[in-house]
Design a protein around this ligand. Structure first.
Ligand code: CUA
Length: 163
């Protein structure tokens, strides 16, 4: 065999080095993932809490969706997503407010995205989606459903006024 002619064995030496580097990178990436997930608590931004989709909008925190002030500049928005809208459909917070959105739905998969921010979650029946954002700039923010959910999907939005 040609490879054996150079007394390098079946896998040439350079290939072995690159295989070792590739393997080491894989191990490092997996270690980073494990460390961030286990000791730093990194997790997906949604689908951590389970709820009963049949009753989620009838009783509990989503039965009366509202923006609740939890501190000097912190808020929790308990939101219902449904075909085709969000409740509440408007909210106003001061500049610098950190809003934690908790969103649930009782029908089909929706999305909750605020373009220009890092807020973008799926809203899945049976789960509570949770995402936080600090609004540092004044203005009117549009929040949209970005998962096709039916004939009125394009009308599914709400607005957040920051002033
Ligand atoms: Cu809800 Cu598209």
């Amino acid at each position: 065999m040609i490879a054996n002619a150079n007394h390098e064995g079946f896998v040439p030496r350079l290939e072995k080095i690159w295989l070792a580097i590739g393997g080491a990178m894989l191990v490092i990436f997996i270690m980073i993932l494990l460390i961030s997930a286990i000791s730093m608590g990194a997790a997906p931004p949604s689908s951590m809490d389970m709820v009963d989709p049949q009753s989620v909008l009838v009783k509990g925190e989503f039965a009366t969706p509202a923006l609740v002030k939890t501190g000097p500049l912190t808020y929790t928005a308990h939101m219902a997503a449904y075909t085709f809208g969000f409740s509440p459909s408007t909210m106003t917070v001061p500049v610098g407010a950190k809003v934690t959105f908790r969103i649930a739905t009782h029908d089909v998969v929706h999305g909750f995205e605020i373009p220009g921010t890092d807020v973008n979650v799926m809203v899945i029946p049976g789960y509570v989606s949770e995402v936080s954002h600090t609004f540092t700039k004044a203005g009117t923010y549009l929040a949209l459903c970005n998962e096709f959910c039916g004939i009125g999907h394009q009308y599914m939005f709400m607005t957040i006024t920051v002033k």
